[in-house]
Design a protein around this ligand. Structure first.
Ligand code: 4AD
Ligand code: MG
Length: 429
C-alpha cells in the first residue's frame, strides 16, 4: 500500500511503500542508513545487507542525493528517531538516479541558494518554512470563517493607486494606463458595504527600490474590512486574529519550529490583549533613548525595533500624524492632527506587520482629502459613492503575510517566507 512518511504511524508493524527522495545516506558496509524525504516528513530507512539480499542492497548503494524512488519497508516505532519511526527496508525501486545535485549538505551563499530556489525549497529548513506558511494561511481562513467574514477578491489590475503613487507598478491596459494592485482596501470598503465583514487574501505589488530584509516587490496581504466597526474594535479584532494564527502554528507545527530552532517561549506570550503606545509617547520614548526624531517624522525600522524592545508581545502604535498617513484615514474627533489608526509592530525586531485604521465616512471630508492629495475626483468617484449612499463608520487593516511568517519562524529575511521571492534585482527563477 502506498502511504506517506507523515502517516507511517498508522502502520506500525506493517509493510508500507512510499514514494520519496534520498536526502542523505550513511553506510557501514553491512548496513545502509537512508535519510528519506517525501515532502510530508523525513524518515530513516535501514537496509541490512544480510536481510535484503544482493539486488536490494545494490540498488540502495546506487542512490545519490535527490535520487527518486519507491521504498518498501516495515514500520518500526523508535523513540530515538526524530520522526518517531524507522523503516526496516525490504525493497527499493529506483525511479531516477540524480546526478550532481547542485546543493550539497554543506553551507552555500545566499545568492547561490536564491539562484537555485527551485531546488533549495527541498531542504529541511525551507520545507519547514513553507509548512508554517501553509498553517498560517489555514489558520487565517479558519479565523475569518469562524467570525462571520466573507472572502472577497479585489482586482489585481487597477486604474488608480490605493497607498500613494511612489511605488506603483505600471502597465498598459490596452490604450489605458493600469497599475498592479498595491492594496485591495478601497474595493474591500465597497464589499464591506455589501457584505458587512469581508476579507481579501491575495498578492499585492510595490515597486519599492528598497533592499531591506522586510521588503518584497510582490507580497501577500490579508485585508479585512468591517462595517460598523470603530478604531477600538478594529484593534480587538487584530489581537484575536494574530493570537489565533500564532497559537495555531504552536499547536500544529512543533516539528517545523524545532527544525527552525525557534525559541517558542516568545510566541507563547502572543495571547490576550496587546500593549498600546500612542505615536506621541513613542516619539518621547525614542527621544529619551537619545534619538533626534521629531513629532511628525515617520518611524524607521530601527525606531520600530527600539519601541518593540519594551514589550514581550506585539505592540500597537496608535494615532499617527494625519500628515504622514494615507488620505482615507479618519481624523481623531478632538485632535484632527492625528488619525484613528494603528500599526502593529511585531516583537524581536520584526517590524510592522499590520497597518490599519478607521476610515473617513464623511463625504465632504473625503472630497477635501482628494484635493489635498491631488487625487482625481473622477477616478475616485466610485469610492466617494460609498459615502454618499448610506455611509457608516467602518475600519479595516492589512497584514503582511511574509513579515508575519518571518517573525513566527524567526527568520532574518522575508525572502525565505515565500516560495519564489520577487525582490529588487531578482525575478529568477
Ligand atoms: O501599511 P500598508 O502599506 O497598508 C495598506 O496597504 C493598507 N491599505 C492596509 C489596509 O488597511 N487594508 O501595508 C500593510 C502591511 C504592512 O504592515 C506590511 O506588513 C506589509 O503589508 N507590507 C509589505 N510586506 C512585504 N514587502 C513590502 N514591500 C511590504 N509593504 C507592506
Ligand atoms: Mg504601513
Amino acid at each position: 500500500m502506498l502511504t506517506t512518511i507523515a502517516q507511517v504511524g498508522q502502520h506500525v508493524g506493517q509493510e508500507v511503500r512510499i514514494g520519496c527522495w534520498l536526502y542523505n545516506k550513511r553506510s557501514s558496509g553491512k548496513i545502509q542508513f537512508l535519510q528519506l524525504r517525501d515532502g510530508s516528513g523525513f524518515i530513516q530507512g535501514v537496509v541490512v545487507k544480510a536481510e535484503v539480499g544482493e539486488d536490494v542492497w545494490e540498488k540502495a548503494s546506487q542512490l545519490t542525493q535527490e535520487s527518486s524512488l519507491y521504498i518498501t519497508g516495515t514500520v518500526r516505532a523508535d523513540d530515538r528517531a526524530p520522526s518517531g519511526y524507522e523503516l526496516t527496508v525490504t525493497g527499493v525501486e529506483i525511479i531516477q538516479i540524480a546526478q550532481d545535485y547542485p546543493i550539497s549538505l554543506k553551507e552555500h551563499g545566499v545568492d547561490f541558494l536564491m539562484d537555485h530556489r527551485h531546488l533549495w525549497l527541498r531542504s529541511p529548513r525551507q520545507r519547514a518554512v513553507m509548512a508554517v506558511r501553509s498553517e498560517v494561511i489555514r489558520a487565517m481562513y479558519e479565523f475569518f470563517q469562524e467570525n462571520g467574514f466573507y472572502k472577497v477578491d479585489p482586482p489585481i489590475l487597477t486604474p488608480t493607486s490605493a497607498e500613494g503613487t511612489t511605488n506603483l507598478f505600471h502597465t498598459k491596459y490596452f490604450d489605458e494606463d493600469a497599475y498592479l494592485s498595491q492594496s485591495g482596501q478601497l474595493y474591500m470598503e465597497a464589499a464591506a458595504m455589501a457584505l458587512g465583514r469581508v476579507y481579501s487574501f491575495g498578492p499585492t505589488f510595490r515597486a519599492e527600490k528598497s533592499k531591506t530584509r522586510r521588503h518584497l516587490i510582490e507580497f501577500w496581504m490579508i485585508e479585512p474590512e468591517m462595517a460598523f466597526v470603530d478604531h477600538e474594535e478594529n484593534l480587538r479584532i487584530q489581537e484575536a486574529f494574530v493570537s489565533h494564527v500564532v497559537q495555531s502554528v504552536l499547536k500544529n507545527c512543533q516539528r517545523e519550529l524545532k527544525t527552525l530552532e525557534r525559541d517558542t517561549s516568545k510566541l507563547e506570550n502572543v495571547v490576550g490583549t496587546f500593549p498600546r503606545i500612542t505615536y506621541d509617547d513613542a516619539i518621547k520614548l525614542l527621544q529619551e533613548k537619545g534619538s533626534d526624531i521629531k513629532w511628525g517624522d515617520d518611524f524607521g525600522a530601527p525606531d520600530e525595533t527600539l519601541i518593540a524592545e519594551h514589550y514581550d508581545k506585539p505592540v500597537f502604535i496608535t494615532h499617527y500624524p494625519t500628515e504622514i498617513k494615507a488620505f482615507y484615514m479618519k481624523p481623531h474627533p478632538d485632535r484632527p492632527e492625528v488619525v484613528l489608526c494603528a500599526d502593529l509592530i511585531a516583537p524581536e525586531g520584526y517590524g510592522e506587520i499590520i497597518g490599519g485604521s478607521q476610515r473617513i465616512d464623511d463625504p465632504e471630508l473625503l472630497e477635501k482629502r482628494f484635493a489635498e492629495h491631488e487625487l482625481s475626483e473622477e477616478a475616485y468617484r466610485w469610492y466617494l459613492d460609498l459615502r454618499k449612499y448610506g455611509t457608516v463608520p467602518h475600519s479595516g487593516f492589512g497584514l503582511g503575510l511574509e513579515r508575519t511568517i518571518a517573525w513566527i519562524c524567526g527568520l532574518d529575511h522575508v525572502r525565505e517566507t515565500i516560495p519564489f521571492p520577487r525582490m529588487l534585482y531578482r525575478l529568477y527563477p
